[in-house]
Write a protein that binds this ligand. Structure first.
Ligand SMILES: Cc1cc2nc3c(=O)[nH]c(=O)nc-3n(C[C@H](O)[C@H](O)[C@H](O)COP(=O)(O)OP(=O)(O)OC[C@H]3O[C@@H](n4cnc5c(N)ncnc54)[C@H](O)[C@@H]3O)c2cc1C
Length: 472
């Protein structure tokens, strides 16, 4: 049975105020399997250093990879301090559903409506680049993060959604988007390949999965080995003009103040707590995931070798990865679902990652059995079935793409946040791109879509259009 407590009835008011990470998050499957990480509680009680050249706030994949990229580009490790409010990697990077899954075409129309066709194409191409970047990185550094480069299926479970997918595919292709890596199946072929009897149509393309906490922990270990310092359980509570000569900013924490030249906000859903002008422009959304120990129907030679996104509609879906080795299935769920009660849907906008929701667990298990009847047909032995359920906080932006770059109105401060639940398919080019910008590079040097660049005009545009919350 899951070890976290079920969520209490909704207490979250609409229009949630920004927040620091809450002090008692539940553990995810990824956390439960990495309790031996030696830097989990690094410098938990010590006061932080009085000065640091670079202060990175947040120890998720964004913060850790920004530090790694700075060091790779020649910044001495001992000039970097990483501050983390709770345990190392206690945010979304340690709580996600394990997918490194580029969008292949589906988001094109929605992105095009907000950013125009050229940027929409670039967003999709970028996610494909990230998959290759992660694969290349993990191989080059031999990172033990269980990265599995495979394929993924978009499984259309209704004729309506199959029609939507077909339209998206055609629109992306007509706009010049490359779909040469995407395979299409229907009828018996789709059933055989996905093992889902109710499938209407399916698309397959390259994707991967990883143990995201191990990946972030490897990055942290690597930068610490090169001299960077990690302070956990040490929230930055304010960033103010420095009172110390020669420094631009004071990063205040409950255990002391760090005078620093450069601040990086790798704080994702929590960014607005330190950057109040982002209030409403980066908002929290609680997502839930589950680990399942498979019955023999999905074990050993019957284990899934591809990952899946199984969709009843654009906003009602389930994601599945099955880990090699321990065979654990990680079952993600969409944040919208017409079958959930209003009470459950009302607590989506929340910073509370200390609990899980039992109604979402029940729905996920029921749907998993419907989608994979071979699993449901078998009686679970003790030890099989639901292993754990957990939540994490996703950061949404009104235009569905991250904020990357200098915060020009606050010279010396940078941001890499707002990944809209796609961080694993975005951060591996965004964080290295941010490091380039910090070291004097131009936006072109980052190679990132222009629409990812942080700028006040994006906020103004979102406000003008009344955009609040992502298109997803
Ligand atoms: C349930 C769930 C499923 C998901 N599934 C997927 C998936 O399958 N594929 C995918 O691509 N993405 C997925 N995501 C999204 C993905 O996990 C995120 O986009 C990504 O991890 C963001 O990384 P990050 O480093 O920017 O943020 P985080 O990992 O959230 O790191 C931010 C860190 O900053 C710390 N922090 C914040 N404020 C402060 C402060 N003031 N002082 C000190 N520290 C602070 C936080 O504690 C946290 O550790 C999922 C997310 C969730 C929650």
């Amino acid at each position: 049975m899951p070890s976290a407590q079920p969520a209490t009835p909704p207490t979250t008011p609409p229009g949630l105020e920004p927040s620091l990470p809450l002090p008692s998050p539940c553990l995810s499957y990824w956390h439960k399997t990495t309790r031996g990480f030696p830097h989990l509680n690094a410098n938990k009680v010590e006061p932080p250093p009085e000065t640091a050249e670079y202060t990175i706030i947040g120890s998720g994949i964004s913060g850790a990879l920004t530090a790694f990229s700075l060091i790779e580009s020649g910044v001495p490790g001992n000039k970097i301090l990483i501050l983390e409010a709770r345990e190392a990697v206690s945010g979304a990077s340690g709580r996600n559903a394990g997918h490194v899954r580029p969008d292949a075409f589906r988001g094109y129309a929605a992105y095009a409506a907000v950013h125009g066709p050229e940027q929409a194409k670039k967003i999709i191409v970028e996610e494909r680049k990230v998959l290759h970047a992660v694969d290349e990185f993990v191989r080059r550094h031999n990172v033990p993060c269980d990265f599995d480069l495979t394929t993924t299926f978009d499984v259309c479970l209704t004729p309506e959604f199959a029609a939507y997918e077909a339209q998206s595919y055609e629109a992306y292709k007509a706009a010049g988007g490359d779909v040469s890596h995407v395979q299409f199946y229907e009828g018996e072929e789709a059933k055989k390949r996905t093992r889902v009897p109710e499938v209407v149509a399916a698309y397959e393309w390259p994707a991967g999965s990883s143990h995201p906490a191990k990946l972030a922990q490897w990055l942290l270990t690597s930068v610490i080995d090169k001299g960077a310092k990690l302070w956990t359980h040490c929230p930055a509570v304010a960033v103010t003009k420095s009172e110390h000569q020669g420094y631009r900013w004071d990063v205040r924490t409950p255990r002391g103040t760090v005078a620093t030249q450069t601040v990086v906000h790798s704080t994702n859903a929590y960014a607005a707590a330190l950057l109040p002008h982002l209030n409403g422009y980066i908002t929290p959304n609680r997502a839930q995931a589950h680990s399942l120990i498979p019955t023999s129907a999905l074990s050993a030679e019957k284990a899934f070798t591809s990952t899946m996104s199984l969709r009843y509609s654009l906003h009602h879906f389930y994601s599945v990865i099955q880990r090699k080795g321990d065979g654990t299935i990680v079952l993600g769920v969409s944040r919208s679902n017409p079958e959930l009660s209003a009470e459950t849907l009302a607590v989506r906008e929340s910073f509370d990652d200390g609990a899980f929701n039992q109604e979402i667990v029940d729905d996920a298990l029921k749907r998993f059995g419907i989608m994979f009847p071979e699993y449901a047909a078998e009686n679970e032995r003790h030890g099989e079935g639901l292993d754990h359920a957990w939540t994490g906080i996703i950061a949404m932006t009104p235009d569905s793409v991250p904020y990357v770059g200098a915060i020009e109105e606050l010279p010396g401060q940078y941001i890499c946040a707002g990944f809209n639940g796609h961080g694993m398919a975005r951060i591996f080019t965004c964080a290295p791109g941010l490091a380039k910008l910090m070291l004097g590079g131009s936006w072109e040097d980052t190679g990132l879509p222009e629409c990812f660049q942080y700028g006040k005009e994006r906020l103004v545009k979102a406000a003008r259009k009344g955009q609040k919350g992502s298109v997803w």
